[in-house]
Design a protein around this ligand. Structure first.
Ligand code: TYM
Length: 329
């Protein structure tokens, strides 16, 4: 049985990128592994949410985790901030993470561009906190989307560095995971880039059928191919990437053929895509609303998860302290 760890930042509702990049694998993995799935609420502080927004988003994401099929009896589901041991490991790892390498991280460079007014130290050391999240349970596998690949590489580096520095084989080097397949990047509906929470290009699990359809129908396309078998431009490829995760193979093949023959009608393709997306999210949407109003249940799940996660985390921190040389007289 392998240990698996992954998390999602509570900075808004979950979207199809989160679902197909990560959640779908959480659900598959919980049956056969020792899984820790958490809500990365410390991480979300880099964008300075109000207390009300933070609390609301954490509750929403917990309800969404459960609605997607995460089972608190099978996996340890917890809030990151309920496990303060993570912050101690983060501090210890920070001593051994270099400013130069942190400054070169793609996500940090992105943030400097996107929020130049708020380049805080939490953003710089974000990959260190993420490494602490993962190695605190000594995870072997981390189900994530493609955008987290570099962070995982850094987690391995920090784990290896600790082992080398103290001449121990203590931490496992965690691998990004998608069932032997390449990691997934779900595109947004705006033609380029990935689907994101703050990019305004996402389809959320709670979007109702009408909203969802409207968003898909507005997705960027072009005027259509004019030559047989021509290469697809990115916005069109993106629609097919979405189809790949929600539609039947025969449906996808038939639209690909129409594209190759210059017979494609984007309106039809989008209608089909919206329908197929709705098939996946409709049952989840209903569950989210039911679970969200059940505070007792959410409280119980969070409490149970916190206890299990702290047990594992405190064991690691105790051992790490000893390795480092913090010992009783
Ligand atoms: P976050 O909250 O941005 O995203 C959560 C998960 O969803 C995946 N994802 C996507 N996958 C494919 N296509 C997309 N368009 C897309 N958008 C998001 C992400 O890859 C991720 O798996 N730093 C992390 C949260 C985190 C974490 C961790 C993850 C904190 N500590 C430890 C794993 C292990 C983040 O911001 O993900």
């Amino acid at each position: 049985m392998e240990t698996v760890v992954s998390g999602i930042r509570p900075t808004g509702n979950l979207h199809l990128g989160n679902y197909f990049g990560a959640m779908e694998n959480f659900i598959k993995m919980q049956n056969e592994n020792n899984c820790y799935f958490f809500i990365a609420d410390y991480h979300s502080l880099t964008t300075h949410p109000t207390p009300g927004d933070l609390h609301g988003s954490v509750k929403q994401v917990l309800a969404e985790y459960l609605a997607c099929g995460l089972d608190p009896e099978k996996a340890t589901i917890y809030l990151q901030s309920d496990v303060p041991e993570v912050t101690e490991l983060y501090l210890l790892l920070n001593m051994n993470a270099y400013v130069g390498e942190l400054e070169r991280t793609t996500s940090f460079k992105d943030k400097i561009r996107k929020q130049p007014e708020n380049v805080n130290a939490g953003l710089l050391t974000y990959p260190v906190l993420m490494a602490a999240d993962i190695i605190i349970h000594n995870a072997a596998k981390v189900p994530v989307g493609k955008d987290q690949e570099q962070h995982l590489e850094m987690a391995r580096k920090f784990a290896r560095r600790f082992n080398n520095m103290y001449k121990v084989e203590y931490f496992t080097e965690p691998q990004p995971y998608n069932f032997g397949e390449a990691l997934i990047k779900i595109p947004g509906l705006d033609g380029t880039g990935k689907m994101g929470k703050s990019e305004g290009n996402g389809i959320f699990l709670i979007d109702d059928e009408k909203v969802l359809k409207k968003k898909v129908m507005r997705a960027v396309t072009d005027s259509g191919p004019t030559e047989m078998n021509s290469e697809m431009p990115e916005p069109i490829q993106n629609l097919f990437t979405l189809m790949d995760v929600v539609s039947e193979k025969s449906t996808i093949d038939s639209y690909k053929e129409k594209y190759a023959n210059c017979e494609i009608r984007y309106g039809d393709l989008k209608k089909q895509l919206a329908q197929d997306i709705n098939k996946v999210v409709a049952p989840i949407r209903e569950e989210i609303n039911a679970i969200k109003s059940n505070d007792d249940y959410l409280r119980k799940v969070a409490k149970m998860g916190a206890e299990k996660a702290r047990e594992s985390a405190s064991k690691t921190v105790k051992e790490v302290r000893e390795i480092i040389g913090f010992k009783p007289f």
